[in-house]
Design a protein around this ligand. Structure first.
Ligand SMILES: [Zn+2]
Length: 235
């Protein structure tokens, strides 16, 4: 049976591929960690410069850097780092380069654990898959637990059927953590990504289907002695 609380981490390092992944995907989970008193840092591997949305901006990479910082502030994170690996090209890099990048971030932030997208990429985006793969390898190598955000299989199937985007999820027996979330700050953070948050997009449909629930799976489980959890206290 899935735990109903997040792990009691003091410092969380979020590793994502694109500026907006931390809000569109992980926003409510990040908010729950912050509400429980954790210090959260977002480490984003690309500047999102390849997005087809907002392409009219003179320098989309620069715009999205500013949007990431604003979204991070809306979520109450301690800070954000934006790296400049190629957007759309993470899966073509030597995997060791991305692992080394995440290991360096871990050395800086000394996290209790890493928070990432599911290895499927959730939307099957190869950048999402590469970012998670690097974080999982880095966590495994250094004994740091890695928790992955996923979708309930039923939600993924409905979204895939309605939108054609190959969303992937997991059935309840594969969930390790299932929490109740509050989405106010996630909505604010999404709004900060003005170039990407298109009204009527699949993002809003997904949030509607998820309601107040988020589910996660362990990629690198904590050691048994670390399994204590903090009661979630709302701010
Ligand atoms: Zn993304």
């Amino acid at each position: 049976m899935a735990a109903s609380q997040l792990p009691a981490w003091h410092r969380v390092l979020v590793v994502v591929a694109h500026p907006d992944d931390e809000s569109f995907g992980l926003g409510a989970v990040i908010d729950a960690f912050v509400a429980a008193g954790a210090s959260v840092w977002v480490h984003c591997l690309t500047a999102g410069e390849a997005s087809t949305l907002g392409a009219e901006a003179a320098d989309l990479g620069q715009l999205r850097t500013a949007e990431l910082a604003a979204a991070g502030a809306a979520l109450g994170v301690a800070g954000t780092t934006l790296r400049h690996w190629p957007d759309g090209g993470l899966s073509e890099l030597p995997p060791a380069a991305l692992v080394a990048d995440v290991v360096a971030a871990m050395a800086t932030h000394d996290p209790s654990g890493l928070l990432v997208f599911d290895p499927s990429g959730v939307t099957a985006h190869p950048d999402h898959q590469a970012a998670t793969s690097a974080a999982a390898a880095a966590g495994e190598a250094h004994g740091i637990p890695v928790l992955a955000w996923t979708l309930p299989a039923a939600v993924a199937e409905e979204l895939a059927a309605k939108t054609g985007v190959p969303f992937r999820g997991h059935p309840p027996e594969q969930w390790d953590v299932a929490i109740t979330v509050e989405r106010t700050r996630q909505h604010r953070a999404i709004t900060a990504h003005a170039s990407q948050a298109i009204p009527g997009s699949v993002l809003w449909r997904r949030l509607e289907l998820l309601g107040d629930r988020e589910v996660l799976r362990w990629l690198v489980p904590p050691l048994p002695s670390d399994r204590s959890t903090l009661a979630l206290q709302r701010r």
